[in-house]
Design a protein around this ligand. Structure first.
Ligand SMILES: [Zn+2]
Length: 197
């Protein structure tokens, strides 16, 4: 992670879960409202299955996800307004939020918002998400471009500066070209955190 950290810190002044939001722009195909995709399989780092739940809230024109534990302590991803963003980016958000469960972010104290550790967690979740799209959903270059276009439309709509947009897309592009699976990548992350097997 060390290699991508400086650039991320330098440019991502605003981020947070807004990163995983999607815009209603017709960036990739069609117009909103879009059909909402079925959620993927997701298991956290303790082997618990993660539930996905659609719920209202937030800006109606912005799709968003949130990884959490519910009132009973069960791991969950809350999905808001997914019909506002194209299916490709809905899948990306699902995998991104799942990654916060897979890496154990959900069960660790939340690092200071927009600090380096927080931004690194977001970059890692983005990386896992694009690798799972590549390896489990068969996304090739054209699919990657659709995700990147939706991500750009989303971030521009929220008001991120260009440097933040291009930096985030550069991160997923590097990950997309990476050897090894999402699981391999998560294992590397855990080893670097001293949590390896
Ligand atoms: Zn996130």
């Amino acid at each position: 992670m060390r290699e991508i950290l400086p650039a991320m810190i330098a440019v991502l002044a605003l981020c947070g879960e807004a990163w995983a939001q999607g815009a209603g722009e017709a960036a990739a195909s069609g117009q909103p409202p879009y059909e909402v995709v079925a959620p993927p399989a997701c298991v956290n780092d303790k082997g618990e299955p993660v539930r996905f739940e659609d719920r209202d809230g937030g800006r109606a024109d912005l799709a968003a996800g949130m990884a959490a534990r519910d009132g009973d302590g069960e791991p969950v991803v809350y999905r808001s307004n997914y019909s506002a963003t194209p299916p490709d980016f809905q899948r990306f958000i699902d995998f991104h939020e799942c990654a916060h469960h897979q890496t154990g972010d959900v069960d660790r104290p939340h690092p200071p918002r927009n600090g380096p550790e927080h931004l690194m967690n977001e970059s890692i979740s983005d990386c896992v998400a694009i690798l799972r799209l590549r390896d489990e959903e068969g996304y090739g270059r054209a699919g990657f471009e659709r995700v990147a276009a939706a991500m750009r439309a989303d971030m521009e709509r929220i008001g991120f500066p260009e440097i933040s947009v291009s930096s985030r897309i550069a991160n997923i592009e590097t990950c997309f070209a990476r050897d090894g699976s999402a699981e391999d990548f998560i294992e590397v992350v855990r080893e670097r955190r001293g949590e390896g097997k």
